[in-house]
Structures are given as C-alpha cells and as structure tokens.
Ligand binder design. Sequence first.
Ligand code: VG1
Ligand code: CO
Length: 556
Amino acid sequence: VPVKEVPTKPIDGQKTGTSGLRKKTKVFMSDNYLANWVQSLFNALGDEVAGQSLALGGDGRYFGKEAAQIIVKLAAGNGFKKIYVGKDAIMATPAMSAFIRRRKAYGGLIMSASHNPGGPEEDFGIKFNYTAGEPAPEKITDKIYGETTSINTLQMADIPDVDLSKVGVTTFGGFEVEVVDPIADYLATLKEVFDFGMLKAFVTRADFSMVFDAMHAVTGPYAKAIFVEELGAKPESIKNGVALPDFGGGHPDPNLTYAHDLVELQWSDAGAMLGAASDGDGDRNMILGKKFFVSPSDSVAMIAANAQACIPYFKGGLKGVARSMPTGAALDRVAAKLGLPFFETPTGWKFFGNLMDAGKCSVCGEESFGTGADHIREKDGIFAVLCWLSILAYKNKDVPVGGQLVTVEDVAAEFWGTYGRNFFSRYDYEACESAAAEKMMDHVRSVIAASPAGTKFGAFELATADDFEYTDPIDGSVAKGQGLRFVFTDGSRIIFRLSGTGSAGATIRMYIEQYTDDKARLKEDAQVALKDIIKVALDLSKLQEFTGRDKPTVIT
Ligand code: VG1
Ligand code: CO
C-alpha cells in the first residue's frame, strides 16, 4: 500500500496509567493526539510488527469509529499485513482478549476509557493488549511513552475509509481489513469454560429470575446474545441494553453509587434472584442478590472456593489464585484451605498475565469489581456473572421447582461460615486537587516513616507499614510505589493509593479491611463493622484537612 509520511511533533503527557491512556475526548480528537500515541506504540514494538495481524475494537464510545479509521491507516502504514476490526468498531475488553488468543493475532488495540463517562465532553482512551491477550506490561508502556517524547513522523497508508458496518474482508494491495462479529469468538471461549446446557436449564426455571444492567455500554449486545439467546433469559432481564456513544449520559461503573437503578430494583420487592451489572468496556462486574451486595473481594474468593465443583473448566482443580494488594484477603483463606499457590500483585490486570502464562494462576480478582480467570488475560464481567449462575445452578440442581432455592446470600453465608469474613470497604474521593492529594500522600509516607512495629493507632497495633513493591516471580521485573499500606497485628489493613485511570485531577482511594470469625457478626453491615478502623484511617491521613472533603464520592 502507498504510505504517506506525515510530519508530527511530540505531545506532552501521553503516559499510560493503570490501564492504557485516558484523556478528555476533545484532547484525543485534537491534532495528532491519537495518531501520535499509536505510531509511538508501533515504533516501540519495532520490527516485530511487520507482516503481523492486529485486532481493533472498543466500547462504542463517542469518537471510536473515527479513531478506528485513523488506526487502520496507521496499521497498514507500519507494515501490518492484516487488521481485524469489530463491526462498528465494537469489541468488549474481555472479548478482545479472547479474540487475540483464538485468532493468534499479534495484539489488539482497545478504544475505551472503561468505566469513565463518554461523549464529547467526557473521556476517551486506548490500550494495547499483547499476543496472549494481556494488557501490555510496563516495560512496553514505558517504551511507548519514551517514543511519544521524540516522535516526528506518522506512517499513514494512503487508503480510503473502510465500511465498518458490514462483516467482511476488504483488501488494499497486500493489506487486508476484516470486519468481524465482535461476539462470536468470545462466546466460543465462554462455551469452553461453562456448561451452557446446565446454565440454560437453570436460567429457564420458572422460579428463577435475573436482571443484568448493561449501563448503556458495550455489554448490551453481548448480554442479549449470551443470556437471552443462548441461555433463554427473558429479554426484559437486560436493562439499559442499547449501547450508546455517551452511555446515556451515565457513569458506566457497576458499583452501588453509579448502578443506582439496579440497586434500587434489587432492594425492592421486584428484585431478581441474581442482579448484575458491567462497565463501559465489559470487564467489570457487580453481583447482587435480593437485597444483598457481594463485595468483589468476596466474590472472587467465593468463585474460587466453588469453581471446581460448579464450573467444568476448573474441574481438575485450580492451579493457583491471585489478587491485587488492596483487595480484601478472603481469597488468601481459600488458597490456604485448598493448598493453592497464592499471589498478591499491584493494582491493574497487567500483573496477572505472567502468572497465568506460567500456569500458576487460574482465578484472580480485584476489589474494583474485577474478576477473571486464565481462559483469557483480562478481567471479564460476563464471565463473573456466568460463574455465579453456575454456582447457583449447581447448588440448586436437586431443588424442585417451587422449592426453597439456594440464594446468592446463602452462598455468601455458607462461605463466611467456613472461612470467616473479611469486611472490606473502599472510599473514593474523586476529582480532588492534584497538589492536595500529593501532599496527603506525602504526609501518609511520613507517618509510615515515623511508625515502627508496635505503634498504636486507636485500638490497632501496627505490624508493618510500607509502600507496596512487587517483584514479578516470573520475569523478575519490579513495580515500586504501588500503595501505602498499614497492616495491623490482627490482620486489619488500611491502604492509600492515587488512581491511575482518571483524566483530570486526582482520585484518592482509601481501602479498609478487618477480619472476623465471630459467628454473631458475620452478617453485619460492613460500614458498621469497619466504623472504628475507618476513623483511624481518616485521622492518620488527615484526609479531610488536606482535601477539604468531608465525605467520599463513592463508597463500596
Ligand atoms: C482502577 C482500579 C483497578 C483496575 C483499573 C482498570 O485503577 O482500581 O483495580 O484494574 O481501574 O479497570 P485505578 O488506578 O484508578 O485505581 V477498568 O475497568 O478501567 O479497565
Ligand atoms: Co473496564
């Protein structure tokens, strides 16, 4: 294909965060912002890309279709032989990971800012996933950033826009564009994990009901294909199932604050047996029972504990389990009981990939509504819902229709009865002034420096405090500065981090955890159970003093 060399200049601040590059949509649409980053990625990958195939898709947010046309031209101009593009430039994050693996693509680009709102005034984003379907490791993202600071030319193929609304192949000389169904490969992968027959028999029971809130984001069409068409759920079980470029003006983050309609429904008498929601790009999940919230830290542990019995893919047992550092430690107890290798990683999915590729981890999760397994290399919202459906289907297989069904809450109660309960909560203070947030973090660092083991914080005695650092057990790479943590002698923890996924200002995350095996307290409300330690955290960090915030934006 003919290639135009388009001169360009470096743009400041194109550094990727926890999960790709995220900025205001207008920034992405300005000058060569998007093209510079994509060209820098290709420069960072170097000769590797020649003759390879790339996959491309996104969560359907505003600017995605235009961005796709730019990326197709850059891929052709940089020597790729083929690009697969999801129809209408759509591909959920977990679907992309599955697609890369199934088609043996060299990698994939996901146009998404995940749970951040979309639209001309909101956010856009992009991230690169590598050959095993995993988010690019830091050694690549650091290299991309380096390239963005010295870039001077874009290699743009001189080809017309491609019609992305129809599945099919278009060729331009030696370059091929294949528009693909964004659901089919993902569905095929899920069918290798779950017993769709058992799930269908359960979902279509007269005494079962489910509701899935797609939050006007990418999982709408996936949920229809999988829950309704494959498993026989009623079409009304999908709420907000039409994917919109601005997510209907909402914040497509499946938590108790932003998935408010679902929460209200589940706390009303019309609530379904299983309620679930997913985020902008389909990698997060929230699981609810009737008037019951499953904390994500518990959800991954409960899935791990039940996986072998309930999910065919895990019938040989788990290879190991992993969670991110701030995630509640229920999973640690499952690992100990089942005798499984256990890993504690920094925040972000990119740290799980190496463990999975090395065959050391089957199930993993984060407190931030991320749950996943080694069927792919991304967290997977629909997978989590199918896990819970599988657990419910299995536990109810001998219950006759109309009998007393085992509920989500029963599954949780059974788990807590066995393992005890790790009460967990996260407070998010969104859009704080960056300088104030940095000052608070500096202050917390000074508290750590001045607090030897044995220091008392209220009723809590310090065991250790540090800035979390992780050495990857597979490749030895070291990630520093991954969260300020206080671990107390009773196992309770307080952690502070600044978010790496925002597009403006700073978001402070405060994570709180406390364990109990007191049978009388297992069903206590987490906010009540954690009241004292939350006060300790707010006092020691002087959060209110530094930020002027007297309450968080989101409580999980
Ligand atoms: C947040 C979460 C983290 C998650 C990341 C990407 O990062 O805390 O656990 O992996 O989002 O999720 P941060 O740096 O803002 O805390 V998603 O659904 O945006 O790909
Ligand atoms: Co996401």
